[in-house]
Design a protein around this ligand. Structure first.
Ligand code: UDX
Length: 448
């Protein structure tokens, strides 16, 4: 059985490690974080991702999936190593922080003797492979080791990461030799045999595919949110507009849901990193539109705060605000650049008392925002609330009975910033139901 290692066990790496075990490989997951490695070794994912816990438990039990903090063990275990460490936004800059990728290369490569293929999966600025290739050559110059690099960007979405990894839309690989391409083809043979396209290209193009894909998706979301701004000014309805556009197969309906916009650990930092890198390459003008994509996205947060303030009679002072949602999207506990928490934070700064409800992300959110109250019950969050803000579209919020919620809230006022609640049903139960990009809200019920 082929052995592989997966270095970095965050949202990407832990999922990749478990899925490669599912495909039949003997997998060793590596991370510096001993606590994370201990949880994973006991068969538990250190974060919430549907289906992942089951897969990790299955393969830690079968012995096909193990975890360690030791790079020496990694070098001994396999000659194929997947690099899945994070590339967050550099503090104080728009560029990507590559220190984790760099340190894996610097630590692992000197431990390798013989032949090895390092396969990067992290999202990196174009040109990184070339730079890392030169570094590897330097590190192995005085040894017999033959270490090659390939890049295999990952397109998984949190919330459907297991499915996206086991049945991706496509496999993209950037390689510098036929041998590396063959190794990747062999590794992904079960997927290729099931008809998944395998696209092999040079390093720079493979690096660009990932950021171009995320830029396109972010642009699509900001496009419909720009239309929402126009709809607000014109008294039109952006959800109807979006629906009508989606019937055109050239446009399509996916990533055309208007609302509070995108967040998370990928889209926001990837478009910023892309602009920074394109600027370094002297072609910043080609992607300036991404700055507007970012600005439109952030304006949705400001607009939500303004609308909530209007609904609270012009001030948050002394007001109780129920915030439904903390994760950056449903089916995840990830709060990185969460639009919901950004809105809650801004309202809290303006004097509002925040109670956050989220079925999975309350622990993460509490660590970052200890002054907020937390609950996993939307009705408890609604208790005595002057306004409910629906900020992350978990299915559980769509199931809340507006008549029942009316018995808890102080005022029957809700802002659906994700446009996924049944507004007619809430209105029928007596609620004022405001939303983004639809009709301007009617005056809020009197404050008591
Ligand atoms: C994204 C890419 O989709 C994925 O291919 C890449 O590998 C990583 O980045 P992810 O960050 O998990 O995945 O979430 P995604 O489903 O893309 O959603 C991103 C954000 O956009 C979320 O905050 C979501 O709420 C928001 N969104 C999405 C919208 O506001 N409207 C939409 O129509 C779709």
């Amino acid at each position: 059985m082929t052995s592989i290692t997966v270095i970095g066990t965050g949202y990407l790496g832990a999922t990749h490690a478990a899925c490669m075990a599912e495909l039949g490989y003997d997998v060793l997951g590596i991370d510096r974080d001993a606590q994370k490695i201990s949880e994973l070794s006991q068969g538990c994912a250190p974060f919430y991702e549907p289906g992942l816990n089951e897969l990790i438990a299955k393969h830690t039990a079968s012995g096909r999936l193990r975890f360690s903090t030791s790079f020496a063990e990694a070098a001994d275990f396999a000659d194929v190593h997947f690099l899945c460490v994070g590339t967050p936004q550099l503090p104080g800059s728009d560029a990507a922080d590559l220190r984790h990728v760099d340190s894996v290369i610097d630590e692992l490569v000197p431990l390798i003797d013989g032949q090895a293929l390092l396969i990067g999966k992290s999202t990196v600025p174009v040109g990184t492979c070339a730079r890392l290739g030169a570094r590897i050559a330097q590190l192995t110059a005085a040894s017999d080791a033959r270490v090659e690099l390939a890049w295999n960007p990952e397109f998984l979405r949190e919330g459907s990461a297991v499915k996206d990894t086991l049945t991706p839309d496509r496999l993209v690989v950037g390689v510098g030799s036929i041998a590396a391409e063959d190794t990747l083809r062999d590794l992904y043979r079960p997927l290729i045999n099931s008809g998944i396209p395998f696209l092999s290209m040079d390093f720079a193009t493979a690096e660009l595919v990932k950021v171009a894909a995320n830029s396109f998706l972010a642009t699509k979301i900001s496009f419909i949110n720009a239309m929402a701004e126009v709809c607000e000014a014109a008294g039109a309805d952006v959800t109807q507009l979006s629906q009508a556009l989606s019937h055109d197969p050239r446009i399509g309906g996916r990533f055309l849901s208007p609302g509070l916009g995108f967040g998370g650990g990928c889209l926001p930092k990837d478009i910023r990193g892309f602009v920074a890198r394109a600027t370094e390459l002297g072609v910043g003008h080609s992607v300036t539109f991404l700055k507007e994509v970012d600005a439109i996205n952030l304006r949705r947060r400001t607009r939500t705060v303004e609308l909530a303030r209007e609904l609270c009679g012009g001030t948050f002072e002394g007001k109780r605000i129920a915030v439904w949602g903390a994760a950056f999207k449903p089916d995840s506990d990830d709060i990185r650049d969460s639009p919901a928490l950004a809105v809650a934070d801004a309202i809290s700064d303006l004097g509002g008392h925040i109670t956050v409800c989220d079925p999975q992300a309350t622990d993460n959110a509490r660590r970052r925002h200890p002054s907020f109250s937390f609950t996993e019950d939307p009705l408890v969050a609604a208790k005595d609330a002057h306004v409910i803000l629906h900020l992350t579209e978990w299915a559980m919020f769509q199931d809340v009975d507006p008549d029942l919620a009316a018995q808890y809230a102080r005022r029957l006022c809700i802002l659906d910033a994700r446009n996924t609640l049944d507004a007619a049903r809430w209105r029928l139960a007596g609620w004022q139901c405001a939303s983004l990009g639809r009709q301007a809200p009617k005056p809020a019920p009197a404050l008591t």
